[in-house]
Design a protein around this ligand. Structure first.
Ligand code: CA
Length: 233
């Protein structure tokens, strides 16, 4: 399963960062823009699978941006969820009239937002009909954000959940610490490579409770591999 890319357009830093964290935690790939112009540049470079668009933006408003995108032959198909502090029925109608696919009012519940995103993605034919990734008896449920072994929930942190998401969708390949940092933590954050080892250790400890610690294998001098096969010595 390839990661679904969500573009978050929100001018308030705190909300934007919170949204980015929330979406990553839900196994989605996230790009952020603080205004419509930056968003347009990003969309031009790479089409997102969905845009989470704040209604009130400085300069070109979210509504205006949605209108422009929905009129554009290349962009009209990208689903848009409008995000707004306004709760009036009239605004909701207006938002949907200009072609937004859904409408979420702040403050929103994280669970509801993720569910709406999946629903819109599914409707647009991009959704994961199966928001679960299954490897052996491990099940990663992206919607519920749970990792289970034979139905028993594992106690993993959000970072370890993302790490497992990456591993379970990239089986049998070897990744260096730097590659894992890029893929799981994101390129924009500076984190020491040792951090990867710390999380891998913790992940193995959790997996060891079910005798599954060998799933995450150390490849000497290079990095890590996730595999169902016995580790090669
Ligand atoms: Ca705003």
């Amino acid at each position: 399963m390839s990661e679904l890319k969500i573009l978050v357009v929100e001018d308030e830093d705190a909300i934007r960062e919170m949204l980015a964290m929330l979406l990553k935690k839900a196994g989605l790939s996230v790009q952020c823009a603080g205004d419509a112009e930056v968003a347009l540049r990003m969309i031009n470079e790479q089409l997102p699978d969905l845009i989470l668009l704040d209604w009130m933006l400085p300069g070109i408003s979210g509504v205006e941006l949605a209108k422009r995108l929905k009129k554009h032959e290349h962009y009209a198909h990208i689903p848009i969820i409008l995000l707004t502090a306004r709760g009036e029925e009239e605004d909701k109608v207006r938002g949907l009239e200009i072609g937004a696919d859904d409408y979420v009012t702040k403050p929103f519940s994280p669970k509801e937002l993720i569910a709406r995103i999946h629903a819109v993605l599914r409707r647009s034919g991009k959704g994961t009909d199966q928001p679960k990734i299954i490897v052996g008896n491990l099940v990663l449920d992206l919607e519920q954000h749970r990792l289970t072994v034979s139905g028993l929930e594992l106690d993993v942190s959000p970072t370890e959940f993302r790490l497992m998401h990456f591993f379970m969708t990239h089986i049998d390949k070897v990744y260096s610490r730097t590659q894992l940092l890029d893929q799981v933590w994101g390129r924009s954050v500076y984190i020491e490579e040792r951090t990867v080892d710390v999380h891998i250790r913790r992940l193995r400890k959790v997996l060891a409770e079910y005798g599954l610690e060998d799933l995450v294998q150390t490849v000497r001098g290079f990095g890590y591999r996730f595999s169902l096969e016995e580790p090669k010595l």
